[in-house]
Design a protein around this ligand. Structure first.
Ligand SMILES: C[S@@+](CC[C@H](N)C(=O)[O-])C[C@H]1O[C@@H](n2cnc3c(N)ncnc32)[C@H](O)[C@@H]1O
Length: 257
């Protein structure tokens, strides 16, 4: 994983909500869909005493929503600045979450206890560029699950993306044209990794302010992930697609047995 990842998320933590049309609505919608998947996979009748470790919580988009659903949530991230903001947001939502700073490649040593569910949402895993790092992350997530625990990962649809090799996203225009967000992708020659250039433009008193940050991703294919999951001891691997779930990207579930 490149240093640019930490730098990127520390830099955008204060503005992260601006890439959503409505971040608060996203919190509610995403947690509802994730809750449905959890209920169906674990056959739960209640969220009471069900523990979740969100190991790439960012500013708390999924952790806060799931805590509102009644789960017992712990949330960690490599970006201390994001975790600090997540703590503040959780407080304003009136939910209790046990926060910490941790790299998901070393959860086994950095986080205490075992969980019913380990979650990593919104394309955090593809920040790992090498196979070695991927194995480490999934081994550590596996180590943090109780037996019969559920791994939940959401990830961009790279199987589709590598075919199109998109170089930019459509600009998203919010707040009556006063806020514009878009990304520009620079692909590596072998097509296996790419740099995301994230632009956020804000009009303040007639002046436009643009912030630009960049980070690197691996275009991680489902087959590559399935192989690592199998090697790290996960079973019952399933991919759930947006057309069925209503979530904005594919959701992976797998179990520890
Ligand atoms: C796209 S953000 C998603 C954050 C949050 N899940 C959300 O949807 O708002 C990806 C997150 O992964 C975190 N991350 C990246 N690499 C990580 C690592 N090795 N260990 C823990 N967190 C990591 C970043 O700091 C960032 O907060």
């Amino acid at each position: 994983m490149k240093d640019s990842v930490l730098k990127f998320y520390d830099a955008i933590a204060e503005d992260y909500h601006l890439i959503f049309v409505d971040w608060h609505l996203a919190i509610a919608r995403q947690s509802e869909i994730l809750n449905n998947i959890i209920q169906s996979k674990l056959g739960l009748s209640s969220t009471h005493n069900i523990s979740i470790l969100d190991c790439s919580c960012g500013i708390g988009t999924q952790a806060i929503g799931l805590a509102k659903h009644g789960y017992d949530v712990s949330a960690t991230d490599i970006s201390a600045v994001s975790v600090k903001r997540a703590e503040k947001e959780a407080e304003s939502y009136g939910v209790k979450i046990n926060f910490g700073v941790a790299d998901f490649r070393s959860l086994e040593t950095d986080v205490t206890g075992l969980f019913n569910i380990v979650l990593s949402a919104d394309n955090a895993i593809p920040h790992l560029i090498t196979d070695e790092d991927l194995y480490k992350a999934f081994q550590n997530m596996h180590a943090k699950l109780q037996y019969n625990g559920l791994l939940l990962v959401t990830i961009r649809d790279y199987d589709a993306m590598v075919k199109e090799k998109l170089t930019t996203t459509q600009p998203k225009v919010f707040d009556d044209g006063k806020r514009i967000a878009f990304q520009v992708y620079d692909w590596a020659g072998d097509g296996k990794t790419y740099t995301v250039n994230q632009f956020i433009m804000l009009e303040i008193n007639g002046e436009w302010k643009t912030t630009h940050n960049r980070t690197e991703y691996r275009a991680l294919l489902r087959e590559e992930i399935n192989k690592v999951l199998k090697a790290t001891g996960f079973v019952d691997v399933e991919w759930h697609f947006p057309v069925n779930t209503g979530y904005y990207q594919p959701i992976l579930t797998a179990c520890k047995n």
